[in-house]
Ligand binder design. Structure first.
Ligand code: HEM
Length: 425
């Protein structure tokens, strides 16, 4: 991946730059993508915040620095403010395809600052209330059991394609009333769109993402129209009520739904990364088998130790001082979760996988006004999935080397996880 694929900003004269870090080569290196922690530790030891003179991006590796930045009013999430970035006026000429793609993806809560962010987020917060989520529990349990019923015992099986990915997709489809026959197409759209979080995209990937976004929105527009005057309950119903009363316009309604439906599939990374962490730490796995009360702290430790999301973005609305650096207005800052979640300032023995860790203030779901809306759903789904696995299988073993994604820097997930699953005897 060359630097020309990346939208650069002018280097900020105010910042100190740590020499010798070729950021984008590192962030796209397959060995780093498989296990970034040693490299991130080395860089965090040099400083909690770094500036890359080539791309103009600020990288935040310290836990305290990231938490403060993520909640600071000077730092927002509106990428239109990123000088020279995706939605900057200059990009319209330099990269018309990218400009148009990000313009079409822009109108949603993820990419908004106050007050628009709150206006949109409030619509969906109701849908993620604990009472509403509890109503989905039987559905998640049924989906989990249905998928495991089809997994053959005692022979090698890929956990990601047999269970983790289909479970995350099935839950997402059910929440948003998408019929099963749309499953394959939906999977393709989500895959093409997932690269939008990667910051770096090739022209072909941009073209694919744009086609997927347009097809996804067209499908949702038709599905909404088919509901007529009866929006109904749940996530889609709330979105439609907000459309009807003018809280959101049609583009905002559709783009938020695209992200909510796509975001749902991220749960699969937790199931894969988490189970692999257990398999690589048999003592911890044994502890969990012996005491099911540890399932919640174990899931938190999976999220901390092997986080599925690697980048959390902010764009400076105004100049912001962070970790001894000045992040000038209009700059992009990226929190590197693999470093933040293992910062020794916050975590004792950060490289130890400890399923009894308390407290566990990992930041895999971000912090501040944009903190992940789906986090309670993620935790509930993971709890159901790991309980089902432990109930059914007394033996869960690796049946081959796991294969990590190496095609994206913003996510740390498994392409495949070959396992052999069997009951205890
Ligand atoms: C393991 C799975 C997941 C991880 C690691 C994750 C992580 C994140 C992160 C880091 C953010 C940005 C937070 C920030 O900027 O401070 C975010 C935002 C968001 N997530 Fe998740 N997420 C996951 C699953 C989900 C699911 C299942 C859904 C929905 C069903 C979801 C919906 C959202 C939405 C809508 C936002 C934007 C919130 C806003 O801007 O106000 N996520 N997520």
């Amino acid at each position: 991946m060359s630097q020309s694929d990346f939208h650069t900003t002018a280097p900020a004269a105010t910042a100190l730059e740590a020499p010798g870090i070729d950021w984008w080569t590192m962030l796209t290196d397959p060995a780093y993508l498989e296990s970034p922690y040693a490299e991130l530790k080395r860089i965090r030891d040099l400083g909690a915040v770094h500036h890359d003179a080539v791309s103009g991006v600020y990288f935040v590796l310290g836990h305290n620095e990231f938490r403060q930045m993520a909640t600071a009013p000077e730092m927002g999430r509106d990428t239109r403010l990123w000088a020279n970035g995706w939605n900057a006026p200059e990009s319209r000429v330099r990269d018309p395809l990218g400009y148009e793609l990000f313009r079409e993806f822009q109108p949603q809560m993820t990419n908004m600052n106050p007050p628009d962010h709150r206006r949109m987020r409030e619509v969906y917060e109701k849908a993620f209330s604990p009472a509403r989520l509890a109503g989905f529990l039987p559905m998640i349990q049924a989906e989990s059991e249905r998928l495991l019923d089809a997994v053959p015992a005692g022979v090698p099986v890929d956990f990601m394609s047999a269970f983790a990915n289909p479970l995350a997709r099935a839950v997402s489809r059910k929440l948003f009333h998408i019929p099963p026959e749309m499953g394959d197409l939906l999977g393709q759209w989500v895959e093409a769109l997932s690269l939008l979080g990667n910051v770096i995209m090739t022209p072909d990937q941009k073209r694919e993402a744009q086609a997927a976004l347009r097809a996804f929105k067209a499908y949702l527009r038709d599905a909404i129209a088919a509901r007529g005057d009866a929006p109904g309950e749940g996530f889609v119903g709330l979105a439609l009520a907000a459309l009807a009363d003018g809280t959101m316009d049609e583009e905002e309604t559709l783009t938020n739904l695209v992200t909510l439906i796509s975001g749902g599939t991220a749960t699969a990374t937790l199931l894969g990364n988490g189970l692999l962490a257990l398999l690589r730490h048999p003592r911890a796995f044994g502890q969990l088998r012996a005491d099911r009360g540890l399932i919640r702290p174990a899931i938190e430790e999976m999220l901390r130790y092997e986080p599925g999301g690697s980048f959390i973005l902010r764009v400076a609305i105004r100049d912001y001082a962070c970790g001894g650096m000045l992040i000038p207005a209009g700059s992009l800052a990226i929190g590197l979760v693999g470093a933040i979640n293992r910062d020794p300032i916050r975590f004792e023995d950060p490289d130890v996988f400890d399923i009894t860790r308390q407290p566990n203030a990992h930041l895999v779901f971000g912090a501040g006004p944009h903190i992940c809306l789906g986090k309670a759903l993620v935790r509930m789904t993971a709890e159901v999935a790991f309980a089902s696995l432990l109930d059914r299988y007394g033996r869960i073993e690796l049946a081959g080397p796991p294969v990590w994604w190496t095609h994206r820097s913003d996510q740390h997930g498994l392409h495949s996880l070959p396992l052999r699953l069997a009951s205890a005897q």
